[in-house]
Design a protein. Structure first.
Length: 270
């Protein structure tokens, strides 16, 4: 749903300028949602939103709901993959100076535990923090659980609240997002595409789990399998309910996807 809403360039531009107020982005020239970056023999990455503006800035926007305890490593890899998309074979490294990159991660948890709404990272010298590495890379991590906001963080406050289902429709930007969500839900083609994508993600998670089952210890795996399976089922139900899919169709999709008996299925709809 996040990616579909961000397909609206006006909304996407508004979010970027709230997340990166100093950037002052003016126009989106290129926007791709669910962008695959697949370097041969490397770990595959799919960016939620990949944007390039008219000032050669590249912005990747990600939504992270579950804390998988790997955020710094994940963001390190994301930054590398962004550069792969910018620098072609044989090109001079100096070309990257013309293409600043920003990776924005919206988290439904406080990974760094400081209570801040916004964490921004750029490389600098450990001996003198005023000496900047100047590689034009910026990572910004938002904490949707934040309670206090600095002045330059207030524009993003209502969006972080929306992540917790507490958005204020009196805010024009949030109201615009809510209208776009309604449009997605009412569009049969986009809704079907979303449902298909959800099913593919569930299949991928299940395949990953099965691979882990073959490699790990039996007892611990059984516990982990049950937890991951329950979470996957509940996530699928929630996403389909948000799309206003009728209850009988939701039950059938969940039952087919996870090979549940009628008795097992009933537990998720009590």
């Amino acid at each position: 749903m996040f990616g579909m809403v961000m397909e609206n360039k006006e909304i996407c531009l508004g979010l970027i300028n709230r997340a990166l107020p100093k950037l002052k982005a003016r126009k989106i020239m290129h926007l791709v949602t669910q962008k695959d970056v697949n370097v041969v023999a490397a770990h595959r990455v799919r960016f939620d939103v990949f944007v390039q503006d008219d000032q050669n800035n590249t912005v990747v926007i990600e939504m992270q709901v579950n804390n998988r305890k790997n955020l710094p490593a994940r963001l390190r890899y994301y930054q590398e993959q962004v550069d792969h998309s910018l620098l072609r074979a044989g090109a001079d490294y100096r070309l990257l100076d013309k293409y600043p990159t920003y990776v924005i991660m919206f988290c439904d948890f406080d990974y760094f535990g400081r209570g801040w709404a916004r964490y921004e990272f750029k490389m600098s010298c450990t001996r003198d923090y005023r000496l900047k590495f100047s590689d034009n890379r910026t990572i910004v991590v938002f904490n949707a659980l934040a309670k206090e906001f600095k002045n330059d963080e207030k524009p993003i406050k209502d969006f972080l609240a929306l992540m917790r289902d507490q958005g204020d429709n009196k805010d024009r930007f949030i109201a615009q997002i809510q209208r776009e969500i309604d449009k997605v839900k009412q569009d049969p083609e986009r809704r079907q595409g979303f449902m298909k994508y959800e099913m593919l993600m569930m299949d991928a998670r299940r395949e990953g789990l099965e691979k882990g089952l073959a490699e790990g210890r039996a007892e611990g795996i059984k516990i982990g399998e049950a937890r991951v399976r329950d979470k996957g089922i509940n996530t699928l139900i929630k996403n389909l309910q948000e799309l206003n899919v009728n209850q009988s169709m939701i039950k059938q999709r969940v039952k087919d996807s996870y090979d549940l008996s009628d008795e097992e299925l009933a537990k998720y709809f009590d």
